[in-house]
Design a protein around this ligand. Structure first.
Ligand code: NAD
Length: 497
């Protein structure tokens, strides 16, 4: 008889016996670190509940989404207050980027969920004639969503909408850097969902690390590339699928044909939104040399017009460490020859930094090595589009690329000859808000897609199902014994089909 050992199985509430040779892999779960007992218990409850949720109809899932939207509508002022307390986020920006974006994601899912859930027929190749094939989207099961601080509500709740629409149970980990918003989300989820459907675990790295020990069916992580690697490493232990929404340096390129006034107005809004702490913010500007002076004059005067007497319209910097990091990038750039075109005033105690524009930038500066993630625009110039394309292509693939131009041939070249998670022509950031577009990075800026139907598919397993006829079929003629006739059929198949 084979040796038996007791192992703890997360699929059930019980311990059970298994032959030793079958436990080799599962044994590793015993050493999975130390998730808190209540975490494991909730995980087990969710695992059980996930089997029920997979049977839910579009109507039942839509009910959950409608409850979520209603709660948000009832608590809008609380959300505004929480985000202001966390990092002085201006109320209009909270309404647009936290409230509206999630509401739009919910509305979009409500409108299309029934269709997304339908099995989709696919064509049948000739050798399989007589059968029927469909793709069925089934929920993955128990999912983990980990979010960053910069859009602490929308970057946690929008993927949650996709996960619920797809029929999963969810464990959520908001950022510890935004305690007011995180605790409001915890309250929202607790009021709307039983813990076996959705639950929030507040806390920092320790809680995240414990959660990552659990054998989830999918992990959706938004945050920095360095933590993304840790998440992927943890997921690999259980072969859990991951979506990584990461960051990077998104270029904002303006060619000699662009409407400069238009490009400047759009740049200022999209760069200084959330004080530059946006994953898809234009990170640096590449301007055609012939237009640099005109561009900088327009940029300076527009920034002055927008922010000079309206300090409150610019969000604060999230915390002291990040503030010091931004000051470090600025000092390093100035030490290495950058020219300060605008700004430079900051209030360390209040964690406020006014918009900063730098020119005479070179590649040795730290500001060109790291994601800026703050209200600083480094401006570089170029003479030929080849230069820009080469510059982008030798660096990690960005999350977004922005190109301002009125020349079709240039637009075509940029789109074809560079790679980025997303791109936007003659504007920036707003590609994020179209739910019909996939959102996500590529390589170091991320993997997997979110938003709308892409989000639904991310949290689903696309199951390929072939339904064969009973009895004789087109495939039966190929069965052994491999007589002369069967061999002839195989020959025909290879030659003609
Ligand atoms: P972060 O990676 O430091 O933290 C993100 C989350 O991971 C937090 O919940 C945090 O608690 C957790 N975490 C941190 N260290 C961990 C560790 N060692 N092990 C396990 N979990 C850990 O990111 P951040 O500072 O909150 O956010 C800024 C970054 O997020 C930027 O790089 C930005 O570009 C990126 N971002 C990407 C997107 C996107 O959609 N692609 C959106 C927003 C932000």
């Amino acid at each position: 008889m084979s040796e038996t050992r007791v192992i703890r199985d997360y699929n059930s509430h019980n311990c059970y016996f298994k032959p030793m040779h079958e436990t080799a892999e599962k044994d590793q779960r015993i050493d999975m670190g130390n998730p808190k007992p209540e975490m494991i218990e909730i995980f087990e409850l969710q695992k059980k509940k996930a089997l029920e949720l997979r049977k839910t109809s579009a109507r039942e899932r839509i009910r959950m989404l409608k409850d979520l939207k209603e709660w948000m509508l009832d608590h809008q002022p609380e959300l505004q207050k929480a985000l202001y307390e966390d990092f002085k986020k201006p109320i209009p920006e909270t309404d647009l980027t936290e409230f509206y974006l999630v509401k739009a994601e919910i509305n979009h899912a409500i409108k299309h969920l029934e269709r997304w859930m339908q099995p989709r027929k696919v064509a049948t190749p000739l050798p399989l004639i007589g059968s029927q094939s469909t793709v069925r989207y089934e929920p993955k099961g128990v999912c983990l969503i980990i979010a960053p601080w910069n859009y602490p509500f929308s970057l946690l709740v929008a993927p949650f909408v996709s996960a619920i629409a797809a029929g999963n149970t969810v464990m959520l980990k908001p950022s510890e850097m935004t305690p007011q918003t995180s605790s409001l989300i915890k309250k929202m989820i607790a009021e709307l969902f039983p813990i076996d459907v959705a639950v929030v675990f507040e806390g920092g790295i320790e809680i995240s690390t414990q959660l990552l020990e659990l054998p989830f069916d999918h992990i959706f992580f938004t945050g920095s590339p360095s933590v993304g690697k840790i998440v992927m490493g943890a997921a690999s232990k259980h072969l859990t699928s991951v979506t990584l929404e990461l960051g990077g340096k998104s270029p904002n390129i303006i060619d000699e044909t662009a409407n400069l006034k238009d490009a400047v107005e759009k740049l200022v809004f999209n760069k200084f939104l959330n004080a530059g702490q946006t994953c898809v913010a234009p990170d640096y500007v590449f301007i055609h040399s012939s237009k640099e002076h005109e561009f900088l004059d327009l940029l300076k005067s527009h920034v002055t017009k927008v922010y000079n007497d309206n300090e409150e319209d610019l969000a604060g910097i999230i915390h002291r460490k990040h503030f010091d990091h931004l000051e470090g990038l600025l000092t390093d750039a100035l030490d290495r020859g950058a020219e300060l075109v605008y700004g430079g005033q900051s209030d360390k105690n209040d964690l406020r930094m006014e918009p900063i524009i730098l020119r005479n930038i070179n590649e040795t500066m730290k500001i060109m090595e790291e994601e800026v993630f703050g209200p600083i625009i480094p401006v570089l110039n170029y003479d030929s589009l080849d230069q820009v394309i080469d510059f982008v292509n030798v660096r990690p693939k960005p999350l977004a690329l922005y190109f301002f131009s009125r020349k079709k041939a240039n637009i075509k070249r940029i789109l074809k000859e560079t790679s980025s998670g997303t791109a936007c022509i003659n504007d920036a950031v707003i590609q994020f808000t179209n739910n019909n577009l996939p959102f996500g990075g590529v390589n170091s800026s991320g993997m997997g897609k979110s938003h709308g139907e892409y989000g639904f598919k991310t949290f689903s397993n696309a199951k390929g199902v072939l339904h064969q006829r009973v009895g004789f079929t087109s495939v039966s003629v190929l069965y052994p014994p491999y007589t002369k006739r069967v061999r002839k059929y195989i020959e025909l198949l290879l030659r003609w089909l």
